[in-house]
Design a protein around this ligand. Structure first.
Ligand code: AHM
Ligand code: MG
Length: 368
């Protein structure tokens, strides 16, 4: 039997370990197969996705060692080999950026960790087709307590024609994403991504160091019974949001209420769970943060793309998240995303409030 590169075999039977019973598709193999489905594909997007997957493995290795930081050296200090121990979010930022810098397929990166975008001006990259936006380690306040954290990315086709990338390459509406994904560093490490044709999930098998296809064509349930929100902010939410939360809490057998509140406070973890079980995630505007907390380019757009591709919905309460035209890199937006019927319900509450107060939709919308 010949082993193909990038293809792993699982031996399911202990009695006859030589009998390969199931072929496991690795991330690289999957990307390669998908590329073949498009006769005019040039392989550039595939290359980018593979480079992101590779950087994720390196970040995963460090995230797994996070609990050892007191033994190996605290952040900011020198470790046993004399190198400075970096904060993990800075480390992750550097890893993803250096993977993109050498890939040759990406002419610029914008990251939640950097004030401005970074053009990649090497000979190989400056005329490349794509730009990438990144949240290298979202939910990083959870690192020290062993709670799931994640990396989030988006890929866009550049708008400028050639030469160094420009701001307009990054300030594109979410519906123009070519691909988006996240890596969840949880009880296992997974990469979940879409190129606009469904959502696929790959689990890292640490014994072979490969992401293996474990969740083909993820579809999220149309409804759900989980709502995820930082309820500590309840008193600061707008009235219709408060009413929707009260709706989630009230008893009604027919609609399976009360729903369960599940909130990790780590976007990737909360979305990943709701994607598989069904549910709604909300980060509404509050009195002190009218634009909410989450950032359009690094958090809302990629997650909204994935949720929509899995059959769900993502809204700022009034309009589709992916239709928002960003005007700055770190722009924030309130967000409600998840199972379709649940997001529609919260939108109904918002709409009703507008009608009652006779506020036209445009002025009711919280913009940056
Ligand atoms: P970060 O980008 O600084 O890590 O913050 C983003 C995180 C999300 O993962 C999560 O959904 C949200 O912040 C939780 O915020 P809060 O603690 O206000 O509920
Ligand atoms: Mg973040």
């Amino acid at each position: 039997m010949r082993f193909q590169p990038g293809v792993a075999f699982i031996f399911l039977t202990k009695l006859n370990p030589m009998k390969a019973t199931k072929k496991v598709i690795t991330l690289d193999e999957f990307i390669f197969q998908k590329e073949k489905d498009f006769p005019f594909a040039t392989g550039e997007l595939s290359g980018l996705l593979r480079d992101i997957g590779f950087a994720a493995k390196i970040v995963n290795r460090e995230v797994n060692k996070a609990g050892l930081v007191d033994i190996l050296g605290t952040t900011g200090a020198n470790n046993v080999t004399g190198d400075e121990v970096k904060k993990l979010d800075i480390f992750a930022n550097e890893q993803f950026i250096s993977a993109l810098q050498v890939s040759g397929e990406c002419c610029g990166v914008a990251s939640e960790e950097m004030d401005d975008y970074l053009p990649i001006n090497t000979e190989a990259s400056k005329n490349a087709k794509y730009v990438v936006t990144l949240d290298p380690l979202d939910g990083s306040s959870n690192i020290d307590v062993n709670v799931a954290i994640g990396t989030i990315f988006s890929i866009y086709r550049r708008q400028s024609f050639f030469g160094p990338c420009t701001m307009e390459d990054f300030l594109q509406r979410g519906s123009r994403q070519v691909a988006a994904g996240y890596i969840i560093y949880g009880s296992s490490t997974m990469m979940v991504y879409t190129t606009g044709n469904g959502v696929s999930g790959f689990t890292l098998d640490p014994s072979i160091g490969e992401f293996c296809l474990s969740h083909a064509d993820i579809k999220m349930p149309e409804g759900g019974k989980i709502y995820s929100v930082n309820q500590g902010n309840f008193l600061k939410f707008e009235q219709p949001v408060k009413e929707y939360i009260t709706y989630c809490q009230s008893e009604d057998k027919a609609s399976n209420r009360p729903y369960s509140l599940r909130y990790i406070g780590s976007l990737v973890g909360d979305i990943h769970r709701n994607l598989l079980y069904g549910g709604i995630f909300m980060y509404p505007s509050t009195r002190s943060a009218m634009k909410g907390k989450l950032r359009l380019l690094y958090e809302c757009f990629p997650m909204a793309f994935i949720v929509e591709q899995a059959g769900g919905k993502a809204s700022d309460g009034h309009r589709r998240i992916l239709d928002i035209e960003p005007n700055e890199l770190h722009q924030r937006s309130p967000i409600y995303m998840g199972s379709k019927t649940m997001v529609e319900k919260v939108e109904e509450y918002m709409k009703q409030a507008r009608i009652t107060e006779s506020i036209p939709a445009a002025s009711a919308t919280v913009t940056a």
